[in-house]
Design a protein around this ligand. Structure first.
Ligand code: TYD
Ligand code: MG
Length: 460
């Protein structure tokens, strides 16, 4: 087969070169050149249009300017993966023709999760597991250990994207799992498999195949040390949804989080436990994240709302005299800068200074909290550790802390309070605007606060 015409394009300025070079000749940026297919190898049917224009060339005659009112809105077709927590993170099942990237550390359980999902979907929809990392024997062995029906699983051990697509065209699966995208490569590029150009080109092929045929594609992606999906950032833009599979080493709990989703809420969490029979769903995650949350100094319980359901999590702080001129500020599961800001507000508006103390804050269970409702519980945990006194028993808190020391409301206050009441909490320190008019939750005393100082007072 004739080689495709490729060029090395600078990601900074877009200049194109025939040969790879370390520095861009146009803008002088270093290491920004990567290989692109300019013109795919001529197919048997005779010269295809250049890749960059292939999508457009065919559609020039068809595309029309249209009033949105006359567009027929076919509801997206979703299939259940048979795993409730995975369906939840996807926004209610897998959308037909969508491409989903599942990222996570090695050994976290990506292959396990997708094998389990495939075995279930495979009953309803012809599905294919494409493996570039493990042999067919290993895949079959895992499926057997998991107790899955082997006859509903079809697998293909192949890494060349052209061959994979050819097999898919013949076999006609409606769902493809590609494990992993980093192992795939295209004949049309000379770059080594695993390189940025190969990963991008392979993903682009699969995305095009998915959109043209209505096949759903689940891509497995490795994660770099920094926590992003290895390979080009552009991968995240190409796909419809990006899910991260996370967990603490040593813990059997795993959290699946939607980072981007064109068909559902982001930050939606699905919780699993890894056992000897694979991944088991945890439909009531508040219970596991709270277990062992005794009233210790430095511990506070908050109700966060990641995605579409409230979740109770414990936040812990350790505040200790620092031997350093610049005391340490470490936040795990929270944004570091936000913590620095909160500590400044604590000093200015709460009258509590920690400038000579090391402050460590950790969200228990490997959860990452991205919403501002965590502000108040974080400060309560810090205060509790500083004073070496536990917060009153069965107390929860949530609320955003503003720079002028005001406690600002957060969305879905009632729902959070209901979750706290369900789990037997007796006191809730919440923003005034989030408190219900009359005390609606039996057994739960709602303490409405407007200023940080009031909240700190309520917590002793
Ligand atoms: P795997 O799905 O291969 O991870 P990934 O594809 O993300 O690299 O899972 C590997 C880990 O999961 C491995 O350490 C063993 C563990 N595991 C179980 O604990 N129970 C099981 O039933 C299976 C299949 C794996
Ligand atoms: Mg794997």
């Amino acid at each position: 087969m004739a080689k495709a015409k490729t060029a090395y394009v600078c990601s900074e300025c877009g200049a194109s070169f025939n040969k790879w070079q370390g520095q861009c000749g146009e803008c002088a940026a270093w290491n920004t050149l990567s290989e692109f297919v300019v013109e795919p190898a001529a197919s048997a049917k005779g010269g295809a249009a250049p890749a960059r224009h292939a999508g457009w060339a065919g559609r020039v005659d068809e595309a029309r300017i249209t009033s949105l009112a006359s567009v027929s809105q076919a509801a997206e077709v979703r299939v259940s993966t048979g795993i409730g927590e995975l369906d939840r993170v996807l926004g209610g099942g897998l959308v037909e023709g969508s491409v989903v990237l599942v990222g996570g550390d090695p050994g976290i359980g990506k292959s396990t999760l997708l094998t389990q999902a495939l075995a279930s979907i495979g009953q309803a929809l012809p599905s294919l597991y494409v493996t570039g990392e493990e042999s067919l024997g290993q895949i079959a062995g895992r499926a057997q250990r998991l107790g899955l029906p082997l006859d509903s699983l079809q697998a293909l051990a192949e890494t060349c994207i052209e061959k994979i697509i050819a097999r898919c065209v013949e076999g006609g699966p409606r769902l493809i799992v590609a494990d992993s995208i980093q192992t795939l490569w295209s004949e049309q590029l000379t770059a080594a498999p695993g390189s940025v150009s190969q990963v991008r080109e392979s993903a682009a092929r699969l995305v095009r195949f998915a959109k043209e045929t209505g096949t759903s594609v689940l891509l497995v992606g490795h994660v770099t040390k920094e926590g992003g999906i290895a390979g080009p950032r552009v991968l995240e833009h190409m796909v419809d949804a990006v899910l991260y599979f996370e967990g603490e080493s040593g813990s059997r709990f795993r959290v699946l989080r939607a980072f981007k989703n064109r068909f559902g809420a982001v930050n939606e969490l699905g919780v699993f436990a890894m056992g000897d029979k694979g991944l088991r769903e945890v439909p009531n995650p508040s219970a596991i994240f709270l277990s062992g949350a005794a009233a210790n100094p430095g511990s506070a319980v908050m109700v966060t709302r990641e995605g579409t359901r409230p979740l109770m999590v414990e936040v812990q702080a350790l505040v200790d005299q620092s031997p350093l001129a610049n005391p340490r500020r470490v936040a795990l599961g929270l944004e570091q800068n936000r913590m620095a800001m909160l500590l400044a507000v604590l000093h200015r508006h709460g009258g509590v200074g920690v400038f000579d103390q090391d402050v460590f804050v950790n969200v228990v269970g490997g959860i990452r909290v991205q919403e501002t409702a965590a502000d108040l519980p974080v400060l309560l945990a810090v205060l509790s550790s500083l004073r070496d006194a536990p917060l009153p028993e069965k107390t929860v808190a949530f609320g955003e802390v503003g720079l002028s020391g005001e406690i600002r409301p957060v969305p879905n206050g009632e729902e959070r309070l209901k979750e706290a009441a369900t789990h037997g909490f007796r006191r809730a320190i919440v923003p005034k605007a989030n408190a219900p008019k009359k005390n609606a939750f039996k057994g739960l005393e709602v303490i409405a606060v407007e200023r940080l100082a009031e909240a700190l007072e309520a917590a002793v």
